[in-house]
Design a binder for this molecule. Structure first.
Ligand SMILES: [Fe+2]
Length: 316
């Protein structure tokens, strides 16, 4: 009798057979990679960019061979028709964000926390491939402090080159956004905003970040794309404010395999508005979601309904 999707998902060996170079609860896996080495000046520039425009973009600072390994793992999941967020079963995808520790620490302060709010993206390399529609990551709460610094931010890492052709990220810089930061529930773009939109092509290993109040989106791929756009993103918050979501995580303690599966199951529901959800995935996600504490999003009335996709209203 063949195994069900649920049985396969819960089978550590299944995932390791699929990607033998990666680990799940690997004994020696913690801190296996070198963190991105940013100078004091670079960190200050990132902070300045975050305050002025709500985002920053780094050079490709993470090891190319490691990025290629992770990108290949995501491509394989897509090929096998697993939602690519299942890459988060592997230690290496959690450790990825530890590489951004210095900049997270610089902007969010010490003991910053990881939120159960992440995705792994695979934008198909053809006319049909698309990133997520325009949105703010936290549309119900003002997340910007009086000094312009954020309470929370998203780290987005390019696992391969994100180009204009394969669906790179775009933002509406904070300085150009009349609703930033006090009206996060408004994210419709006007015709006059079009000139302000900024494309963020990024080489593999680049760390991008925006605060959770910034309007951003993944663009659509094109038939000029050489391959899929592959990236991973996760949200983080300051330690000295109330949790925006629970279970809140220590970024340097990897959750158990079971907890990872539970959070993945719940994320599938939460972000179905962006990704769609075939019936088979819905059944799987429901069962997996029971394996961990239920995610609570304290700024929203309906956990799992999460971020609402924006409508790009182009009005003349
Ligand atoms: Fe987002």
């Amino acid at each position: 009798m063949s195994q069900s999707y649920y049985d396969l998902a819960c089978d550590k060996d299944f995932w390791i057979r699929l990607n033998p170079d990666l680990h799940i609860e690997g004994v020696n896996a913690k801190n296996a990679w070198t963190p991105a080495n940013f100078s004091k000046e670079m960190l200050e520039n990132f902070k300045k960019d975050m305050v002025q425009d709500g985002y920053f973009v780094s050079e490709p600072v993470l090891e190319q061979n490691e990025m290629a390994k992770l990108a290949d793992a995501v491509k394989l999941l897509a090929l096998e028709q697993w939602p690519t967020i299942f890459a988060m079963v592997y230690d290496e995808f959690w450790q990825l964000y530890q590489r951004a520790g210095s900049v997270l620490n610089h902007i969010l302060g010490s003991n910053y926390r990881q939120l159960p709010n992440f995705w792994v993206y695979h934008v198909a390399p053809d006319h049909g491939g698309s990133g997520w529609a325009p949105h703010r990551d936290r549309a119900q709460t003002i997340t910007i402090r009086k000094d312009g610094m954020p309470n929370s931010m998203t780290i987005w890492i390019a696992l391969n080159d994100a180009t204009l052709w394969n669906g790179c990220m775009y933002v509406l810089p904070a300085r150009r956004d009349p609703n930033y930061p006090h009206r996060p529930g408004t994210f419709e773009l006007e015709f006059k905003d079009l000139q302000s939109i900024r494309a963020l092509p990024a080489k593999a290993g680049s760390i991008l970040s925006w605060n959770e109040s910034l309007i951003h989106w993944g663009s659509k791929s094109s038939d000029k794309a050489i391959g899929p756009r592959v990236s991973a993103a996760c949200a983080f918050q300051r330690a000295d404010i109330d949790p925006l979501e629970t279970p809140i995580l220590d970024p340097y303690v990897l959750p158990s395999f079971k907890t990872r599966l539970g959070i993945i199951g719940q994320q599938l529901f939460r972000f179905a508005v962006h990704t769609g959800m075939p019936e088979a995935v819905q059944t799987l996600a429901q069962e997996l979601g029971k394996l961990s504490e239920t995610i609570q999003v304290y700024d929203e009335k309906h956990p799992y309904q999460g971020v609402k996709a924006g409508k790009l209203k182009v009005a003349k």
